[in-house]
Design a protein around this ligand. Structure first.
Ligand code: DX5
Ligand code: ZN
Length: 230
């Protein structure tokens, strides 16, 4: 079943609790919390105190997308502030195995992300230790950017890597960046299972309910299309 993860980066921070409730009522499956440090990406967002506030209002799991250089020290803090899944960038850490150990010791589920220019092959050494891969479909750093179509083959490649390594075990291929009504179906067809979306949910002109419903409709239509279309 396809999962929709609502990226709080596009929520109205003055009314965060309301945005969280609206997204939950609209039927999202998870929240996505983008931590940026101004070094790994040219932007700063929020950290543990805001995550604690989100956790107080959210009933759904929270995926913390850590866009930090050397995030090792912050990982336990982010996990205890409410991160259920901690997604780290393979480009941002010195030793990915050690970083995964830190996430597991902190009691969170590890996931590993790659930037658009990082090949899927970089994930092979750790693929057996994770159940979720995040293929960035924009350069990380900002919401509201255009989806990069060049990333589509990477989604399929990540899918076949995880199928090879995990065979019967469940796993997820997440996509993040520019996921909206026009781009969600191609990512599903390429093999994505988890769709992280910010602006198409929280900045939808007809509201959060409509934003989520539109994404779900696109996923349902893509699913019902015969596999081998003439
Ligand atoms: C970008 C973030 C995304 C962002 C996506 O670096 O990682 O999670 O919120 O926003 P949209 O869906 O607007 O592209
Ligand atoms: Zn993100």
């Amino acid at each position: 079943m396809a999962k929709i993860s609502a990226s709080l980066l596009s929520a109205d921070f003055g009314y965060l609790a309301d945005s969280i409730k609206a997204a939950e009522n609209a039927g999202v499956d998870e929240f996505h919390f983008d931590v940026m440090d101004g070094h790994f990406v040219p932007n700063l967002t929020f950290g543990p105190p805001i995550l604690e506030a989100v956790k107080r209002h959210a009933t759904l799991p929270i995926d913390v997308h850590v866009m930090e250089r050397s995030p090792e020290v912050m990982i336990p803090v982010l996990a205890s502030a409410g991160g259920d899944i901690i997604t780290v960038h393979i480009e941002g850490v010195a030793d990915i195995d050690q970083t995964i150990d830190i996430i597991l010791e902190a009691g969170a589920q590890p996931a590993v992300a790659i930037r658009p220019r990082t090949p899927v092959s970089a994930l092979w050494p750790v693929a057996d230790r994770i159940r979720r891969v995040l293929v960035m479909t924009v350069e990380p750093g900002f919401g509201g950017q255009d989806f990069l179509p060049d990333t589509l083959p990477k989604i399929s490649e990540a899918l076949s890597m995880m199928q090879t390594i995990h065979s019967d075990n469940p796993f997820e291929i997440a996509v993040d960046g520019g996921i909206k009504s026009a781009t969600i179906a191609p990512t599903l067809n390429a093999g994505a299972t988890t769709f992280i979306s910010g602006s198409s949910i929280f900045s939808h002109p007809q509201g959060v309910q409509k934003g989520v419903a539109t994404l779900r409709e696109k996923l349902a239509t893509a699913n019902s299309r015969p596999l081998r279309e003439a």
